[in-house]
Design a protein. Structure first.
Length: 216
């Protein structure tokens, strides 16, 4: 009898958690849909909850502010990138540069889903101190992952060693930002992946140990 009650309790808890996650996702998806139409700063909590078909008070059960909602979406996207990186089994990859390239193209495919939404997110991060701080934390995490890849590549001789892995990682992050800004500001009709590919190919020699490349 006790075992049956425990199972029922767990099932109830699981259903409740699923409902909470479904509501959370509805709120995020509603905000994203509105960001397709106008800048994030013009989107109101009332519009989000109306589109998500939940009570306004429910919003604050999940997110203290709409900026926290946007951060939750960015966090979810970041976790997907790390899952993709894990699937690549980077520690066993023959080329860490190819791992970097694949990850950047994966991110580009996500960002390229909507240029309006990507622009809106960038503007929101510029205007909101809360989002800026949270984005800085995410950027630090990304830099750490990139640094680990460059360290691995330096050990095998793939990357130059006269520059620290940390500095190489920072430059790699900057290259993606450069590509993203070029796409949003100048080349919105060109696929973002294509811009990333071109930028990476141009700057590739600045990262590689060229003698290693020539000898292999």
């Amino acid at each position: 009898m006790e075992r049956t009650m425990n199972q029922a309790s767990r099932q109830y808890a699981n259903r409740r958690e699923r409902r909470r996650e479904e509501t959370r996702q509805r709120l995020i998806e509603a905000a994203l849909a509105l960001m397709h139409e106008k800048p994030f700063e013009q989107v109101t909590v009332e519009e989000i909850t109306e589109l998500a078909d939940v009570a306004k008070g429910t919003f604050f059960t999940y997110f203290p502010t709409k900026e926290h909602l946007l951060h939750a979406y960015i966090r979810d996207m970041t976790d997907e990138v790390y899952e993709f990186l894990e699937a690549l089994q980077a520690e066993n990859a023959p080329s860490q540069w190819e791992v970097l390239r694949q990850v950047m193209l994966f991110i580009a495919r996500r960002d390229a889903r909507s240029i309006q939404m990507t622009r809106s997110m960038m503007v929101a991060c510029c205007h909101s101190p809360v989002l800026r701080e949270q984005m800085l934390e995410i950027t630090k995490e990304a830099t750490e992952h990139a640094r680990a890849g460059f360290e691995a590549g330096q050990r095998t001789g793939e990357f130059r060693t006269d520059v620290s892995a940390d500095e190489l990682a920072h430059h790699a992050i900057r290259l993606y930002r450069l590509s993203l800004m070029e796409w949003m500001m100048e080349r919105e009709n060109e696929p973002l992946e294509q811009i990333v590919e071109r930028v990476l190919e141009f700057y590739k020699p600045a990262f590689l140990n060229l003698s290693f490349k020539e000898g292999h």
